[in-house]
Design a binder for this molecule. Structure first.
Ligand code: NAG
Length: 308
């Protein structure tokens, strides 16, 4: 370290010599004393810098790195940043994630949509609602069915700013690119309407041509339902009666692991396991609505890009 102190000492000597040389001249003394004060201040500043640098090198003093106090690997800070970044219509309530099952892998994103976004999607879809169909597992074509009695419509992917914001948010939360998703499907169930238990993955060749197999589903509830209308997983492993809302479930809801529709909440579940095998525990259905109306929106996501 002595080398670092060499400059200020030289500077001090220089300053001293300067003052001797200036002797005998009016103003020279003043100029030289000014000069030596200047060098003194300069060298002290320099030494302070050196000391500070040494302290920093030994980690005794550190510069503030960012205003965010959470470490970059903290998942909750990552999620918070996503939430803050993604725009959208209206103001969303407090958002939090709940793991409800690992077999199937199912999670609830509470307050995923704002009330304004839910109302917007319902308003967009209302003029186009048609009786829902199911996919015939033999021919791969759509057909009418008694197992699914709702009405619904598809909204083209990226059709407007609000839809694009929601689709971006879905991609952020599922880690599946926007391009892998089908258009949002909006569904309406009136009293008595339901969707019997089924898989979202396909067992035919026809439906996997575009985008490959369906990997996961995000089901967003656009309305509250007074009674019934739960999403139920009859093949879920684990204690189905341990959910907080067990006592509020309909008879149908108690047949499996159930999620009660709540406006703005989103249910994410995976049809495929991490090893890409089909997960039969993802069997699920929509219980009949007993009181009220159920509006929901589904985003199906595929293994590969889904062309629209
Ligand atoms: C399931 O969970 C409920 C509520 O937490 C509890 O009362 C019950 O004993 C559990 N059943 C089993 C088999 O663990």
């Amino acid at each position: 370290m002595p080398i670092r102190f060499w400059f200020p000492i030289r500077a001090l000597r220089f300053g001293a010599r300067g003052s001797t040389m200036a002797k005998g001249r009016y103003g020279g003394r003043l100029r030289s004393s000014k000069w030596s004060t200047f060098t003194l201040v300069l060298s002290m500043l320099f030494m302070l810098t050196v000391v500070l640098l040494m302290l920093m090198a030994f980690g005794i003093v550190s510069l503030p790195e960012s205003t965010d106090d959470s470490s970059p690997n903290d998942l909750s800070s990552f999620r918070r940043r996503i939430v803050e970044r993604s725009e959208g219509l209206g103001k969303r309530e407090k958002q939090w994630t709940e793991v409800i099952s690992w077999e199937p892998r199912a999670f609830i994103y509470h307050n995923f949509l704002s009330k304004e976004e839910c109302d917007y999607l319902i308003k967009l879809a209302t003029p186009h609602m048609a009786k829902s169909t199911v996919v015939d597992s033999k021919t791969g074509k759509s057909k009418d069915s008694r197992v699914r009695t709702s009405s619904g419509t598809f909204l083209r992917r990226g059709r407007d700013k609000v839809v694009r914001d929601i689709e971006k948010r879905i991609a952020d939360f599922t880690f599946i690119p926007v391009e892998h998703g089908e258009g949002l499907q909006i569904l309406h169930y009136e009293v008595g309407q339901k969707y019997d238990a089924h898989f979202d993955y396909f067992l035919d060749e026809f439906n996997t041509k575009n985008g490959g197999q369906r990997i996961a589903t995000l089901l967003m509830y656009l309305s509250d339902v007074e009674e019934g209308g739960e999403t139920v997983f009859p093949a879920a492993k684990g204690n189905i009666s341990s959910v907080r809302w067990w006592n509020e479930l309909s008879e149908c809801g108690k047949q499996g692991l159930a999620v009660k529709p709540k406006m703005g909440d989103a249910l994410l579940f995976w049809s495929m396991r991490p090893d890409a095998s089909l997960d039969a525990s993802s069997l699920h259905g929509g219980c009949p609505v007993i009181r009220g109306n159920k509006w929901s929106s589904t985003k199906w996501m595929h293994l590969e890009e889904y062309k629209v």
